[in-house]
Design a protein around this ligand. Structure first.
Ligand code: F6P
Length: 510
């Protein structure tokens, strides 16, 4: 079983010198200036932060990220860093400042209008602007420099996270040739045909091949990546298709399904299930007997939120006995809202919820409650613990950690997870009720089945999922990558290295 303590022991006895450095665009916490002038600390949402924050705390490492909070500059030291958590500091957050043009080109432009839709099959066309790519390259170089400023060794261990930094692994390798670079791509990798649509696909592949270890969420993401390097870069690939040799360097490519801290600190600190339910019902002015479903997503077109609303509408149409007795609460964290695709999605969502509420609402009863604001994790857990079911309806998702957090939240072994078959999580959480989120009528039937599931069946399914997530937790995720990185660092001859990596997934959950 991988735990924080085992991870600490492993690192203490390994020959990785110096602190681990995580490079990720999103900072785990941001400091914002409130209206009264005081500074408030906000926990960032999203899967990446959920998985990595407990790890950086356990390793006492350094996290290099974009300083995006309105008061971030006010709290840093002379090296643009801050020690966290404030009450009991165990790791350092190094902030990198980006001006408006850099944010537009690197984050909104190339990362989120090009790479995000390029990697997700959600029917939004990527926009590839050469100016955006130039800015993306320049910003990747700035972050690579910041990482180097944070390390005191010639051979640091750097964890490069996600699609914001595809070029950084190679840049780090050029700046510190003896570093160990472990990169993880949190979102899906496009199929070979779609991959070619990006004019800079070769640059991205070369950038990522600066890594020693390159992790993806699922074996099919690995297959797509390896096919791309073979066809676009003519790279050499071993028989198991796990070791790529290119420009005289080797990169191990494997699936490491990401997970969450276990036991979850948020579940541990939560009030009892009954209290969670009471406060949620009181806040939303719901009858205590209401059947409650929740969804928790960033407001993103890949998350299938509109389709979830349509499935709720169909549920109420097919099963009128739920009208007045069933409420779906959708927590939607505002996200990337300067982009047209996100603004259009928001307008569509608000309009769809209002139409369904007009159709089935009555007096104060509204079947859909859309909560469009940031919720701190403690609050999210309160909703997850209060609910009869959680609906994750992504149209395409690398993993989806909300699914795993719902499981972590339910220490009463109750509640039903309705999970899109197009998430990475669906490969592991086979005791969820799987749905095709596009098939509205089928999804409505699955929701009805979830609402009618006996307590015995709920317990059986939830126990199985909790056993799985507790073992395949975030410490195991990083522990297996580190174990592989240590093998690569041992500089074994090709045949011996190949023998270490003769399968795509180090250990398969499910
Ligand atoms: O899924 C990829 C990811 O980077 C996750 O870490 C996170 O859920 C989300 O995207 C964060 O998006 P942003 O940083 O743009 O808010």
């Amino acid at each position: 079983m991988w735990t924080a303590a085992r991870l600490q022991r492993w690192l203490a006895t390994s020959d990785f010198g110096g602190p681990i450095v995580v490079l990720a665009n999103r900072e785990p916490v941001r400091h914002d200036r409130a209206a009264d002038g005081s500074i408030v600390v906000k926990q960032s949402g999203g899967g990446l932060v959920t998985a990595l924050q407990p790890l950086i705390e356990a390793c006492s490492g350094v996290w290099v990220a974009h300083g995006a909070g309105t008061a971030d500059k006010a709290v840093v030291d002379w090296r643009d860093g801050v020690d966290l958590p404030p009450a009991n500091p165990v790791y350092r957050l190094r902030r990198v400042w980006l001006d408006d043009d850099e944010q537009r080109g690197y984050y909104f432009g190339f990362s989120n209008e090009a790479l995000w839709p390029w990697c997700h099959r959600a029917h939004v066309q990527p926009v590839f602007r050469s100016d955006d790519f130039d800015t993306y390259r320049a910003v990747n170089a700035r972050f690579a420099d910041a990482v180097c400023e944070e390390v005191d060794s010639n051979a640091p261990l750097v964890l490069v996270q996600d699609y914001h930094f595809a070029l950084a692994p190679r840049m780090l390798r050029q700046r510190r040739p003896f570093s160990t670079v472990m990169s993880f791509w949190h979102i899906p990798w496009p199929r070979p045909r779609d991959c070619e649509a990006c004019p800079w696909a070769r640059d991205l592949l070369r950038g990522l091949l600066g890594s020693d270890i390159l992790g993806f969420q699922t074996p099919s993401d690995c297959h797509h990546f390896v096919d791309a390097v073979e066809s676009l870069l003519n790279a050499r690939v071993n028989g198991a298709r796990t070791v790529i040799t290119h420009a005289g360097r080797r990169t191990v490519v494997r699936a490491y399904p990401i997970s969450i801290e276990w036991p979850s600190r948020w579940a541990r600190r939560s009030p009892a299930i009954r209290a969670c339910r009471e406060t949620v019902c009181r806040e939303l002015e719901l009858d205590a007997q209401t059947r409650l479903a929740v969804g928790v997503d960033r407001l993103d077109y890949t998350k299938g939120i509109t389709e979830k609303f349509l499935a709720i509408e169909k549920l109420l149409e097919l099963h009128p006995e739920f009208v007045g007795r069933f409420v779906f609460v959708q927590i939607a964290e505002p996200s990337r809202n300067t982009l047209a695709a996100y603004r259009a999605l928001r307008a569509r969502l608000v309009e769809t919820a209002a139409r369904i509420n007009r159709r089935f609402g009555n007096g104060s009863y509204r079947p859909i409650v859309l909560l469009e604001r940031h919720h701190e994790p403690a609050d999210v857990y309160r909703f997850l613990r209060a609910a009869d079911l959680c609906y994750v309806g992504s149209l395409h998702d690398g993993m989806n950690l909300v699914a795993k957090e719902f499981v972590a939240a339910r220490d009463d072994d109750r509640g039903v997870l309705v999970l899109s078959q197009f998430t990475g999580a669906a490969r592991e959480l086979t005791d969820a009720l799987l749905v095709n989120p596009y098939a509205i009528k089928d999804a409505a039937r699955v929701l009805a089945r979830a609402l009618r599931m006996t307590e015995e069946e709920q317990t059986m399914r939830m126990r199985a999922m909790r056993a799985l997530v507790s073992e395949f937790n975030a410490y195991k995720w990083i522990g297996e990558m580190l174990t592989d990185a240590a093998r690569v660092r041992a500089r074994l001859p090709s045949a011996a290295l190949d023998a270490c990596f003769d399968q795509l997934t180090p250990s398969i959950a499910g």
